[in-house]
Design a protein around this ligand. Sequence first.
Ligand SMILES: Cc1cc2nc3c(=O)[nH]c(=O)nc-3n(C[C@H](O)[C@H](O)[C@H](O)COP(=O)(O)OP(=O)(O)OC[C@H]3O[C@@H](n4cnc5c(N)ncnc54)[C@H](O)[C@@H]3O)c2cc1C
Length: 462
Amino acid sequence: MLKPEILQKFIAVVGRDRCKTSPEDLLTFGYDASIYEYVPDAVLFPKSTQEASGIMKVASAHNVFVTPRGAGSGLGGEALAKHGGIVLCFSMMHQILEINTANRYAVVEPGVVISEFQKAVEKVGLFYPPDPGSAAVATMGGSVAMNSGGMRGVKYGVTRDYLLGLEIVLPSGEVMMTGTVTAKDVTGYDLTRLICGSEGTLALVTRITVRLLPKPKTKRTLQAIYNSIDAAGDAVSRIIEEGIVPATLELMDSMIIQALEEFAHLGLPLDAAAILLIDVDGDTETVERQAALVADFCKAQGAREVRVSSSEKENELLWFARRAAFGAVARMRPTCVIEDATVPVSFLTATIKKVIEICGRNRVQVAVLAHAGDGNLHPLMLCDQRDAEEMARVDKSMDEIVEFALSVGGTLTGEHGIGINKARYLPQQLSQTSLKMMRAVKATFDPQGILNPGSFLEHCRS
Ligand SMILES: Cc1cc2nc3c(=O)[nH]c(=O)nc-3n(C[C@H](O)[C@H](O)[C@H](O)COP(=O)(O)OP(=O)(O)OC[C@H]3O[C@@H](n4cnc5c(N)ncnc54)[C@H](O)[C@@H]3O)c2cc1C
């Protein structure tokens, strides 16, 4: 519990209106998109870097824990106040400060919603590729802290690849800049990329400079329909091996197809074992040529049918459905645990089959969704959090999926981060020396350990 005199000091920084302490407000901020619940002592909403810095100065003077938060769409409990203290929510720092068309970069505050930012730059003919499935709610700050990926990773990479510089507030309250606005910069250590993916444990991100690309002139969406998941997985590996570079290459298994059809009524084939959803983008001529090439290739790789969307509207509908996949599946049981193991793409089929075998053996209902072109699987494990015996089977399935992914040279998490739920696996992937270096980095930025305590490093058993 926060002492009243300390709470008053926080109120002096942001004002009474932007400091929430009622039980119903606190409960709302006790959740994110994970299965965990940790209710904070207060929620503060800064409107400027100066206020964020003021909050950290009070926090460090009184050893109060601070957990930064964007939209709370993280899947691993990253934005929850695991040891109490305050949640510092960036939703009121939501200005797009600059879109510089001459030098193709933009500067935003952290609370800007990703899809709003994408729309704003597209209006002036530019393009911000990172596109997590949660883009309609997730914030730019949250995506920097998580190094979010998403649908377009296969061609365009992830958030890290677009960062030019940051303004950050250290746990002490000091404000610091990293990076520049130039296309090239090798001045000193790359602190921008160190902060990116640090899950809110090193500093608050209060301003973000990203590079932009010219907007692709056009795009075409294809659905390749398969009677077997093996054939769909193999087609993905072959597309990558052949050097074809689609903008997106997503895989949905039969349970996802059924759930989506029930939800969005798009006419998806209910008897299919898997669908690949593939975008090609670029100049009109290139897109037409690539769409034909991909369609022929998918047919040669066993697709029973390839549908090519005929308009921008149809593209949008298909992507609307894909974005709704988590929600559509999550309606089926009270709890949905989302896995994120990622493997070299040539192991995609083997890993999908292994996931199905593991979940079957452990009697866990699973639907498989994947950013397939990146080898990034999202098995959605459906369960009921209130049933301890069932959750133990889900945990066991997760242990086995992680073990398999690591055994083929993969990683614990491709994009969702470690958070609370994957911390126990860190020593399986990282050496003791790596963990020691990470702890040293954390201690350098945050010697008092007040920023996002209870995060991945603290939970990891080593
Ligand atoms: C339906 C659904 C689909 C998703 N699809 C994808 C996907 O395709 N790809 C993907 O990568 N992720 C995906 N995610 C996960 C999640 O949406 C992303 O990680 C997202 O970028 C988190 O943004 P947020 O604003 O919600 O951050 P939050 O959940 O609020 O916070 C995430 C972390 O960032 C820290 N943080 C937030 N803001 C700041 C800041 N300004 N300064 C410092 N630290 C900060 C928090 O402390 C926390 O550790 C999905 C989630 C859902 C629910």
